[in-house]
Design a protein around this ligand. Structure first.
Ligand code: ADP
Ligand code: MG
Ligand code: MG
Length: 897
């Protein structure tokens, strides 16, 4: 088996399509080589080796070593240097991890590998640059010692051990802090000695001198890091399968630290925060790449490179065009300039905020780089709601004082209580507080805290710092590098603009502008909301709004499946329709019983023991319901409305405290005991599986009768007013065909009565929810009485899993940690289990009624993965809450493309 794939000098074994085998970095290094870009030669050890490693008790395939030797030989031939050469210029390599996507928690890169006491002298001689050679060696021991040998900060230490050695050395010799590039050859030599001592005292072994031992050690550390805690946490959060494994890249070093004509940088081909078409990134003269992201020296904006290294900058601008044209997407690149010559070290599709992604896609269609279908695919459905997220209220922001400014790294507005460490941020967020995580800079250890926080503020680090990258990816509001913010971890205070804030105090950050405000600031809705829903002209003139509307139009063109909404009021209907909903998939009628004094009539109905009394009470409810339905029909302007008959158990409507019972007794003129007694009678041990859904109307058919009458009389009113209507009456919780049959009889009879009485005609459908397993597997029998099915996946999940949605909090996290639930099954459809019940129901339903209308109205209707599943099932529509409609439309369009 081929475990090693080489690239260099315009040729490569692999290419950009081979990310599964070569990892993202390796595949794209091969691809960049193939299209003629200047990439230092190297090879990739495939992800199959990682799999082998874990399947075989952490050992390697036998042939790997000889294939790696061939890989090194190939690099030696192309570069003209020898690995471990103690006489001439030694070939040094970078060992770089390479999962399919870059993953925080994976081993950091080790640069300058291959140096030892002999080769460092050879390097100094060959380059005639002692400072440079010993700078490389010092860096190498530090990186290797840290990431491969595990010489890291103990919990009781304040500093990284290597940094500590450097700092004390600087103070010892210079009496102050100087930057690393100012260290002389002699300084670096002395530091190498001290570093080696540190390694020896920490690990009990000397620093490995043999380049091959170094190489195998570094490769092993990459594979080993696949299973470290941070990597596991990250994979769980992003649903990355453990089985994917990581690759390892070994690449010839190029040096950005040879002097003033060299440097390193990172850049995006366009601005990943706001989408502007401009090169965006950071750059440092006389530095190796790690310096740019490490936050030790603050890098310059990449534009500054034009002055410092004009020829290389011009080259970089050319490469930028080539890359975008080739990959047809915005690229995030890493590069190094060695003595004026540009080298590309990495490219990948740039992570972006939802707002930038929207603009990239729209612009690239205009530039004819991509077609509209690709543009639709480029907008991640699960990030779309970022665009709908609020911004600071303009007036409030104008009044508030800016206490610091930083870089706008993750757009949006966030206001919250500050916490200075991840654990405390998590605890506060669990208590329901809105949290801002404030750090000097973040590292992968802070990931949990960043997930818990509304926003992230750092005082150091640029737009490619860890905080910025992670925030963009998670869609968190982020301001980074706010140097005016002083963070004191010990005192747990943040000082800025002359004010001091304690943990728990409010700060507000605007990640679009990069500003920090003291205190809590109110927010206002996004332009998309105000433009679409409130028809605000100034919002509609913004590019963001127009790009969004354009995207939704494309979605409409692509989609097969419709999107409806779950709405109970005309206002909700209007919002959803503005977002493009094609109708109502679920109106929950029970909410309608709580308004004003209707609840009294409802309670009177429940308290009644005789049918006649019940009917009398229901009669009072009828006009209210009719009015509600009329309002909804009118707001829908002829779009279909699925209305579910009463579902929850009756005791939910009854007063439960002695005071409220007394109150009701007075109102109804009955004894309070009678009410207490009835409440007691209705008590259920397991209301979810109790007297609810169609069971209510089986016992009390007059309830269904009243609701049907309200629906049809409202429809008749519409017809009289020339308002088109399409009512769809839905019977809940059906498990037996006979249950539905009994309800359908009532509904049809009432419809005929209303038509006759009002002298009008209207069309309507009667159908049922499929939400208990028996209903799903006897769907052929049920379909005989139903014109449509709507999957009630909330209940279907509860009943299929035997898990109560309201009681799962106590074990959900252990179920996720143990990989039992890949995701919360109430948020994202359990496609294997619940999904199979749906498949059965679809098949059986269609076997009886080929054109039966199928939809879904559970929470899952707004979850992109579940929407994709529904598309594959062939459902006619999904239904979700109004603000999820755009997400569902995008997911439905993507499923169809
Ligand atoms: P990450 O995935 O964390 O970005 P990389 O493997 O890309 O790690 O390496 C980080 C940095 O190390 C790069 O941005 C680059 O500056 C530097 N680097 C990597 N490979 C080389 C190389 N062959 N020559 C010089 N510098 C390199
Ligand atoms: Mg990189
Ligand atoms: Mg239900």
């Amino acid at each position: 088996i081929k475990y090693v794939y080489t690239w260099g000098a315009g040729k490569a074994d692999g290419d950009g399509t081979m990310k599964a085998l070569l990892g993202g970095k390796g595949a794209n290094l091969a691809e960049m080589t193939r299209i003629g870009l200047p990439v230092p030669s190297g090879f990739t050890i495939t992800t199959e080796v990682c799999t082998y490693y874990y399947d075989n008790g952490r050992t390697y395939p036998k042939v790997l070593r000889s294939q790696m030797e061939e890989g090194i030989a190939n690099m030696e031939k192309i570069m003209g240097y020898k690995f471990g050469d103690a006489k001439g210029f030694p070939l040094l390599v970078a060992v770089r991890s390479g999962a399919r996507d870059s993953m925080p928690g994976m081993m950091d890169t080790v640069l300058n590998l291959g140096l030892n006491d002999k080769t460092v002298a050879a390097l100094a001689k060959a380059t005639d640059n002692e400072r440079f050679a010993w700078d490389c060696y010092r860096r190498f021991i530090q990186m290797y010692g840290d990431v491969v040998l595990g010489v890291q900060k103990n919990p009781d230490e304040d500093h990284e051990p290597f940094e500590h050695v450097i700092e004390s050395y600087k103070h010892e010799i210079y009496g102050k802090d100087i930057i690393d590039s100012e260290l002389t050859a002699e300084d670096n030599k002395e530091l190498v000695t001290r570093f080696k001592d540190l390694v020896k005292s920490r690990t009990g072994h000397g620093f490995p001198e043999d380049p091959w031992e170094q190489l195998e050690g570094a490769a092993g550390a990459v594979f080993g890091s696949w299973m470290n805690d941070r990597a596991i946490v990250y994979r769980r959060k992003y649903g990355i399968p453990t089985a994917w494994g990581t690759a390892v890249n070994v690449q010839a070093m190029v040096f950005g630290n040879t002097g003033a004509n060299s440097g390193s940088g990172v850049a995006f081909t366009r601005n990943p925060a706001n989408g502007e078409n401009e090169l965006y990134g950071e750059f440092l003269v006389n530095a190796q790449g790690e310096d740019v992201v490490a936050g030790v020296r603050t890098p310059d904006p990449v534009a500054g490179m034009e002055e410092a290294l004009p020829a290389a900058f011009k080259e970089l601008m050319k490469v930028r065009k080539i890359l975008e044209k080739h990959f047809r997407d915005v690229q995030d690149v890493e590069f190094t300039i060695q003595d004026g010559q540009l080298y590309m070290l990495q490219t990948r599709n740039g992570k972006r905020t939802a707002a930038a992604g929207l603009k990239f896609a729209a612009d690239m269609v205009k530039e004819r780089l991509i077609n509209w279908q690709t543009a639709v695919m480029r907008n991640p459905a699960d990030q779309l709601d970022q665009l709908l997220a609020p911004v600071f209220d303009v007036n409030e922001a104008a009044k508030a004082t800016v206490i610091a400014k930083g870089l706008p790294a993750g757009p949006g507005a966030a206001s919250g209580r500050i916490y200075l460490n991840a654990d405390r941020a998590v605890i506060a967020a669990e208590k329901g507080e809105r949290v801002l995580l404030v750090r000097v800079e973040t590292s992968p250890e802070d990931l949990r805290g960043m997930i818990a926080a509304e926003g992230i503020l750092t005082s150091r680090g640029g737009v490619s710092s860890h905080a910025a990258l992670v925030a963009r990816q998670m869609g968190k509001v982020c301001v980074c590098g706010a140097s005016g913010v002083e963070v004191d971890y010990e005192k747990k205070t943040v000082t800025a603009g002359g004010e001091t804030f304690n943990e728990g105090d409010f700060l507000s950050i605007d990640g679009t502008a990069g500003t920090v405000f003291g205190g809590e600031l109110a927010t206002e809705p996004s332009e998309i909301i105000t433009g679409l829903i409130f028809n605000k002209k100034s919002s509609q003139n913004t590019e963001k709004y127009q790009n969004f509307v354009q995207l939704m139009e494309w979605c409409g063109k692509a989609t097969r499946m419709g999107v409806r909404t779950n709405a109970d009021t005309p206002d909700q209907v209007k919002t959803a329709v503005a977002f493009g909903a094609e109708g109502i998939g679920l109106t929950r009628t029970e909410h309608m019983f709580f308004e004003g004094d209707r609840i009294d009539a409802m309670r009177e109905m429940i308290l009644a023991t005789e049918e006649a009394d019940r009917k009398k009470a229901l009669k009072k409810l009828l006009p209210h319901q009719r009015k509600d339905f009329f309002g909804i029909f009118k707001a829908l302007e002829g779009k279909p409305a699925t209305i579910r008959l009463l579902d929850p158990p009756l005791h939910e409507f009854l007063p439960n405290t002695p005071e409220s019972q007394k109150d009701l007794a007075d109102k109804l003129g009955v004894e309070v005991e009678a009410i207490a007694h009835r409440v007691h009678d209705l008590h259920e041990f397991n209301p979810m599986l109790g007297h609810r859904g169609c069971r209510l109307a089986i016992s009390y058919p007059e309830i269904a009768e009243m609701q049907a009458r309200a629906i049809f009389e409202a429809a008749a009113q519409c017809v009289k007013k020339d308002i088109p209507v399409q009512p769809e009456v839905m019977v809940p919780l059906v498990g037996y065909a006979r249950e539905l049959e009994l309800q359908v009889e009532i509904i049809h009879r009432v419809a005929e009565e209303v038509k006759a009485a009002k002298g009008v005609e209207f069309d309507y459908l009667v159908g049922t929810m499929i939400e208990v397993p028996r209903g799903a597997i006897t769907a052929d029998e049920i379909a005989k009485h139903a014109q449509f099915f709507s999957f009630g996946t909330n209940d279907l999940t509860q009943t299929a899993l035997g898990v109560s949605r309201d009681d799962m909090g106590s074990f959900l996290s252990s179920y996720q940690e143990n990989d039992i639930y890949p995701k919360n099954p109430f948020a994202s459809l359990d496609t294997t289990g619940v999904g199979q019940l749906m498949e059965i129901a679809v098949e059986k339903g269609r076997s009886v009624k080929p054109d039966i209308k199928l939809g879904i109205c559970g929470e899952h209707g707004g979850d992109p993965d579940s929407v994709t599943f529904c598309h594959k099932l062939g459902l006619a529509y999904v239904s979700c809450s109004p603000y999820r409609v755009p997400v569902a439309r995008l997911a439905a369009a993507q499923a169809a493309i």
